[in-house]
Design a protein around this ligand. Structure first.
Ligand code: DLL
Length: 433
């Protein structure tokens, strides 16, 4: 039986959701206009005042915010409240340029934990469940976000953070954890390590996992579900909008329900910025409706996916977003062809390989090169060169039909690719160096 954390919202009619969004949007635009000079100037540039935004239908008039805006405003330029009302910050891992720092009031934290509580309940969490939170704690939002949602539901929360995988497995067993929260790549690592310790799915009490923070394919989901003996739920979010829980999956596992009472989602064409109809793929844009400290309107996430407004059989009416394919900035352009790492992952897993792979892009004589390095599983490991070459050729064909371009495939020994305890880094693009 499907359970809900806040049924009145999760199963509200589209009219009720619309009413909530209309009211909150008008209020939020006024809040931003009054308190965030940077955005007020952007609105003025477009000849807008808060009176121009009377409902959700006027959303398209508002200017976008991008990561570049956030960097311009670092650290305090987008604050919507006096600093003394803020009680927490989180920050993105930002490998290039300045990190994004997001601020939270107590009210913001409270609403955020409602969002993650909805995800935990949708994954089967109840008062008394033991929830093992192996997302990183600290500036990253994963640990704190799931931790606080788990508290709200009344679960026994194990704030173990990431790392020390043997100890993770021991705690899962000893404390009888039923829900595991971590990145999908770390879940895959935990299952691999379990196997090494001679443990199978029947030896651990887990029933569900709440996995997100990085793009992962359906094939990877099936792999994790069978090796850990659990149901794997996707969860999405980003620091700029609070963290995990912007959307979450239900037992149907057909897209993630967006917490529409807190966020309005739009899909735009990333080049023309035109709003696209439901079902079309494009860049996801979010407007946060009730965040006080870091109130972003029309924030361009750079994540590529589509929206689905059809009714879900779980009973929730919140619209769904498809699994993000990746970010516009993750997309590789190789010899003029768009390639998402997730497409490569699909081919590898469909051919019996694990998610331990690396994509190496280079440039030789002005031509892009693509190499996919993937580990053989212990079962396929061999030193028979003919066999290895046959396997490599198979993968070259599979990748060619998925991507339309030829890649070099190198099979490497099991365990030779570094494992990830957080977000996996799978692409090495040597062209940028
Ligand atoms: O990754 C928040 C989070 C923590 C989400 C734990 C889920 C679980 P950031 O570090 O700011 O925040 O990275 C946000 O990660 O724009 C997406 O590109 C990617 N991402 C997050 N969740 C998913 C997902 C956290 N379920 C960026 N599928 C986002 C695909 C995801 N990509």
């Amino acid at each position: 039986m499907e359970r809900y954390y806040q049924k009145e919202i999760e199963c509200a009619s589209p009219e009720e959701i619309r009413k909530i969004q209309d009211e909150k949007l008008v209020r939020q635009v006024r809040h931003v206009w009054d308190n965030v000079e940077y955005y007020r100037k952007k609105m003025e540039k477009k000849g807008l005042t808060p009176d121009d935004i009377r409902s959700r239908d006027d959303l398209h008039k508002l200017p976008f915010l991008s990561k570049a805006d956030l960097r311009d405003c670092y650290p305090y330029g987008l604050l919507g409240v006096p600093l003394e009302k803020c009680v927490r910050i989180h920050s993105t891992s930002g490998t290039t340029g300045k990190r994004v720092v997001a601020f939270y009031t107590q009210h913001d934290l409270d609403l955020w934990s409602d969002c993650t509580a909805r995800a935990i309940v949708a994954a089967g969490g109840t008062k008394g469940s033991v929830v093992h939170v192996a997302y990183g704690y600290g500036l990253f939002t994963g640990g704190a976000g799931l931790n606080d949602g788990s508290h709200k539901v009344g679960c026994l929360t194990v704030p173990i953070s990431s790392g020390n995988t043997d100890r993770q497995i021991m705690f899962i067993k000893d404390l009888q954890a039923t829900i595991l929260c971590c990145t999908p790549s770390y879940a895959a690592y935990i299952s691999e390590q379990m196997k090494e310790m001679g443990l199978g799915p029947d030896d651990i009490p887990l029933k569900a996992g709440i996995f997100g923070a990085e793009a992962w394919s359906e094939e990877m989901r099936h792999d994790i579900e069978s090796t850990l003996g659990i149901k794997a739920y996707d969860i999405y979010g980003l620091t700029e909008l609070s963290g995990p829980g912007v959307s979450f999956e239900c037992s149907e596992q057909k897209g993630m329900h967006i917490n529409e009472d807190h966020f309005i989602a739009e899909i735009i064409d990333p080049d023309t910025e035109e709003v696209l109809p439901d079902g079309e793929e494009g860049e996801l844009v979010f407007t946060a409706l009730d965040k006080e400290a870091f109130p972003l309107l029309r924030y361009r996430t750079r994540d590529i996916c589509s929206l689905n407004r059809t009714k879900c059989s779980c009973g929730r009416t919140l619209i769904r977003m498809e699994k993000p394919k990746g970010r516009t900035d993750d997309m590789l352009i190789i010899r003029g062809v768009n390639v998402f790492p997730s497409q490569i992952e699909t081919v590898l897993l469909n051919n019996g390989y694990s998610s331990n792979y690396q994509i190496i892009v280079g440039r030789v004589n002005n031509t892009d090169t693509l190499e996919v390095r993937v580990e053989m599983t212990p079962d396929m490991f061999t030193d028979n060169l003919g066999e290895i070459e046959g396997r490599q050729a198979n993968l070259v064909d599979g990748l060619k039909s998925m991507l339309g371009i030829k890649a070099k495939v190198t099979l490497v020994a099991p365990k030779s690719i570094t494992r990830s305890e957080g977000k996996a880094v799978r692409v090495i693009d040597n062209r940028k160096i």
